[in-house]
Each structure stands twice: as C-alpha cells, then as structure tokens.
Design a binder for this molecule. Structure first.
Ligand code: ATP
Ligand code: MG
Length: 364
C-alpha cells in the first residue's frame, strides 16, 4: 500500500492544503477519484477549480453548491463533487442557527451581513470548514476531500472555524450588541461616544447596518460558537488527515515547512507532503556522468550529441537540487514525501487527472 493510498483508504476527511497555485485543487480531485475507485463514497469540495477541470468533473457554472454525483466510472464507489459557494453556505448556516425564518431573513437582507458573507477575510475558509463538517455528518459519504482556498496564508483554514465568533468577541462589536441587552434602539446605540467615533471613520450608514446586524444576530452566537468548536474538533480528530501540497521551489518549500510546523504545534498531523511539479530524474545516471559523456561527444566532433548530454546534465542538476532542498527544508517534519513531476500539460480532464494519480499513488 502506498502512503497516500493508505490515507485514502482509512481516513474520513482529507484536507488538501498549501500555498497558492501549488496544485491543491488538482490533488484533491485526484485523491477523490482514487478513493472512489477503491470503493468508497467520496465527496470532493472544490474551490474555484480551473474551468476545464470543473467541466471534466461535470461541475458547470450555476451549480447550487449542492453535492452532485459525477458520471465517471468508479466501479462500486461513488464520486461526488461540490463547488463551494461561500455566500450560499453562509446563508445556510445562518438559517440553521436562526430562531425563526424571520430572524434569518432580516440577517441575510442586511448590508453589513452581505458584505461580511462575500468580503470578510477568511469567510471562504470558514465556509469551506462548514461544508466539510456538513458533509462529514452526511450519511451518503464515507470520505470528504476538501480543497482549501487560495489563501495568502495556508494557516487561515485552521483558524477559520472561529473567525466569526472571534469577530463577535471584539470590543467594538460587543458594544453594538449592547442595545439589545439594554433595550436601546439602533439610533440610541449609534449615538454612544465610542460608536459615534467608529461611525465617523466608517460612515454612519455602515455603522447603522452593523448595529442592526448585531442586534438581529443576538441569541445566535451560542449556536455559532458550538459549531465552531465542533468543526475545530473534527479537524483534530483521528480520521482527519492533512495532505500538504507544495512545489519544489525554495519559497514554496519554506512556506510549506512553516505550515507543517504550525500544524504539528497545533496538534494536527501532516499525513503526507506532495511535492508537485518536480523535475523528473531522467534515468539513473549522475550529473557527472552526463557531463563526461557531453565532453566525450564534443571531443569526437558530435556537437548535437554533446548538446543533448549537456542538456541532460543540466536537467539532472535541477532535479538533484530540488530533492536536496526538499530534504533540507521538509526532512525534519517526518511526513512521507510523494513526488509528482511537472506533466506536459495542465491537468484539466479525467485522463490527465489519472496521469497525475499514477504518480500520487505510485508504489515505491
Ligand atoms: N503536476 C502538474 N503538471 C502540470 N500542471 C499541473 C500539475 N499540477 C497542477 N497543474 C496545473 O497547475 C494549475 C494550478 O493547479 P491547481 O489549480 O490545482 O492549484 P491550486 O493550489 O488549487 O491553486 P489556487 O491556490 O489558485 O487554488 C492548474 O492549471 C493545473 O492543471
Ligand atoms: Mg485551488
């Protein structure tokens, strides 16, 4: 059994994380496909996949953010996918926590809420973690594979579950909730000195919307807090595995190493590191050997052959340097490393996804 094959076979949640553009979405899709072929009922939550990958997975524009079973042949397994629609997900969470439909309607109609649901830093990560929780408790699925959003900072996903409740704990917002407790009207609240000051900075309309939002929201914090705790617990549970994706470039490796350390400090395990788009080894020979042959070919006047060997020497050198850097920067994490080479084309259809999967799940 390969390391990733084992992860795919035994876990109930796989989180594909890493910095922007390294191949998280592609890896999540390939992992989902492999698990489904292994007979599991899998749902992949993708975030903004490249158009052709979305098409290949049968995910078209206008999808409601509900899981859809994909028409791919996976034997006894099932392959489902869902594209995260963060605002729709946020609304679902609000409706689930509201005391009645009227409270939910008032919240989702509020301008401050709408701004938060679409633009608050961390909302996408927060909703990805909510989707993960919802799907984990859905009996239709054995395994949830989560792609994480293209964050500036990979750690945002881990902090996501508490983002709203931490926001609500902020002093200024507590003050805005005050009117509900003291019976003050929105207008009354907005005339308090501290809020008047905030109103001068952000504009009184914005402040009015915010105060109205917090007043309407009153009573729902408890549900949100409990849910954030449950999601955080699930992320730490046995059966939840993190697959850290990185490219072999130094900057990406430094960030991946930092992220792996953060994960372990916080008590999460990195199951596997995928180093994506590495240069292949090009045979078993060494750099020195290829150089020697290049020199010999040049000496005997065969310029093209000499250039080819020189090329091979240069490529082997890049490949060796990449492996040395991976070892130097990620070796201390102790997580197994799986190499995936730079493929000749983008990974945008099922064939190329299979191609990538052969490396992800290669034996030996
Ligand atoms: N091994 C590979 N060889 C060639 N192309 C690849 C490989 N892995 C991924 N790609 C391509 O690189 C692009 C980026 O991959 P992907 O979208 O999976 O990255 P991501 O980490 O999800 O990015 P973002 O942070 O923007 O969400 C895609 O076009 C994908 O097809
Ligand atoms: Mg992505």
């Amino acid at each position: 059994m390969t390391v990733l094959g084992d992860v795919v076979g035994r876990s109930s949640v796989v989180v594909c994380c890493g910095s922007g553009g390294v191949g998280k979405t592609t890896t999540a899709a390939a992992i989902g496909l492999e698990a489904a072929r292994g007979g599991r009922r899998v749902v992949v939550v993708t975030i903004d996949p490249a158009r052709r990958l979305a098409d290949a997975l049968g995910l078209r524009d206008g999808l409601s953010g509900e899981p859809q079973q994909l028409p791919v042949d996976v034997g006894d397994g099932e392959m489902w996918a869902m594209m995260l629609d963060a605002p729709a997900m946020f609304e679902r969470v609000v409706r689930a926590n509201a005391a009645d439909p009227d409270q939910a309607d008032r919240i989702v109609a509020n301008a401050f809420y709408r701004n938060m649901a679409t633009a608050l830093s961390g909302t996408q990560e927060y909703m990805a973690s909510e989707a993960l929780y919802e799907l984990h408790t859905d009996e239709r699925f054995d395994l949830v594979v989560v792609d994480t959003p293209p964050s500036r900072n990979a750690i945002e996903f881990l902090e996501a579950p508490g983002v709203l409740t931490r926001f609500l704990d902020h002093k200024a917002f507590k003050l805005m909730m005050l009117p509900t407790r003291t019976g003050l009207k929105v207008f009354g609240a907005a005339t308090q000195p501290m809020l008047r000051l905030i109103g001068k900075v952000v504009g009184s309309d914005v402040l009015g919307d915010a105060v109205a939002f917090f007043q309407t929201f009153a009573g729902m914090e408890v549900g949100f807090r409990e849910r954030a705790d449950a999601v955080a617990t699930l992320l730490r549970a046995t059966g939840t595995e993190f697959v850290l994706v990185t490219s072999p470039q130094r900057d990406a490796l430094v960030e991946a190493a930092w992220f792996a350390d953060q994960l372990s400090e916080r008590g999460y395990g990195v199951a596997t590191t995928v180093v994506n788009r590495v240069h292949p080894r090009f045979g078993d020979g060494s750099v020195a050997d290829a150089r020697k042959r290049a020199d010999a070919a040049a000496d005997s006047g065969r310029a093209e052959l000499a250039a080819t060997w020189a090329n091979l020497a240069a490529l082997r050198e890049v490949a060796e340097r990449e492996r040395a850097e991976v070892e130097a920067l990620l070796g201390h994490t102790g997580a197994p490393v799986v190499d995936v080479p730079l493929l000749p084309t983008d990974v945008h259809d099922l064939d190329s996804l299979d191609h990538l999967g052969r490396y992800l799940f290669a034996v030996g």
